[in-house]
Design a protein around this ligand. Structure first.
Ligand code: CP
Length: 327
């Protein structure tokens, strides 16, 4: 059982300068981030979507892998809090001329940014960077290791729709082996007291997955049966050297989340996907766009969660502080 704590207790302080993964966060940290994100969410629906909270701060998005949601929502989050933001992608950086990640980071550090948000294909790249520079590092996805802001926005979305995480059954279906989203969600949801069941092709199931706290189901039907939340994952073709499935058509037939499979879940079960969705592969289009789908809520909550993370790593502390006009 998770002991729910009062995130506003006076002796609690968020103490993380860097966000490398959900694994470094306690239950209290997670609750505090989610409470802070909820306090920021309303800013995005104001006519003037800007508060001065991070005025004068410099935030660099350093993305060595493609991204739509994560990069844009970190940038929107920073701008809504009046920080100055700059974007560097692999294809337009001097990494294409042979510069190493550490040299790139040291050169960025010489311009004195406050936060570097890093997406990289190598697991552990954010920790490596943090050893060499002074700025806060926020992991925006590193190899198959973790995608902490995705895990947090997923928890925020489930809290919003279910009112709790503890005691829920979460089914995660698909390419578990290559998915940093799966790792962050297994760690986060189990830490918060949910039951997490994973299912997918044998070739997509890492041997050590049980160590993270997930139950490995023999079939997608077993995983989805009586689930409160069904999360489909994208097949990460970019992280596979060999073809691990016979064909996408076969994958869709046996492991795709469709209306028939969802009949096994609870009547009020919600459907999630971190995006980008391969329509007709992991999710049938009618499910992706259907009444149970909360995929776009996940994206909306991504901005609030990323506002909270930037605020907290830069020293903000109290949930609820963020919404005032003068912050
Ligand atoms: N969910 C996610 O990380 O999406 P992007 O790759 O578009 O950032």
């Amino acid at each position: 059982m998770v002991k729910m704590v009062d995130t506003m207790q006076p002796d609690y302080h968020f103490q993380h300068k860097h966000i490398f993964g959900i694994d470094q966060l306690s239950v209290q940290d997670i609750l505090h981030i989610l409470a802070t994100a909820r306090s920021f969410r309303e800013i995005s629906s104001r006519p003037i979507k800007k508060v001065p909270t991070l005025r004068g701060k410099t935030i660099v998005n350093l993305f060595f892998e493609p991204s739509t949601r994560t990069r844009l929502s970190f940038e929107i989050a920073a701008k809504r809090m009046s920080a100055d933001t700059f974007n560097i992608s692999a294809s337009t950086s001097s990494a294409t001329k042979g510069e190493t990640l550490i040299d790139t980071a040291k050169n960025i550090q010489a311009m004195n940014p406050d936060v570097i948000i890093l997406r990289h294909s190598s697991s552990g790249a954010p920790q490596l960077l943090a050893k060499h520079i002074d700025a806060s590092i926020v992991n925006a996805g590193d190899g198959a290791h973790e995608h902490p802001s995705q895990g947090l926005l997923d928890m925020m979305t489930v809290m919003e729709h279910k009112g709790r995480i503890e005691g829920l059954k979460l089914a995660i279906i698909g390419d578990i082996a290559h998915s940093r989203v799966a790792v962050s969600n297994i760690i986060g949801f189990t830490r918060m007291g949910a039951e997490v069941c994973v299912a997918g092709p044998q070739t997509f199931m890492p041997a050590e997955i049980g160590r993270l706290g997930a139950e490995v189901c023999r079939s997608v039907q077993d995983a989805v049966r009586d689930a409160d939340v069904v999360m489909a994952l994208r097949i990460q073709l970019e992280r596979q050297n060999d073809s691990l499935i016979p064909s996408l058509r076969e994958y869709s037939r046996f492991f795709g989340v469709n209306r028939k499979l969802l009949e096994l879940a609870k009547e009020d079960a919600i459907v999630m996907h971190p995006g980008p969705v391969n329509r007709g592969v992991e999710l049938s289009p009618d499910v992706a766009d259907g009444r149970r789908s909360v995929i776009l809520d996940q994206v909306t909550n991504g901005v609030a969660v990323r506002m909270a993370l930037l605020y907290l790593v830069l020293g903000g502390n109290k949930a609820g502080e963020g919404q005032g006009e003068n912050r």
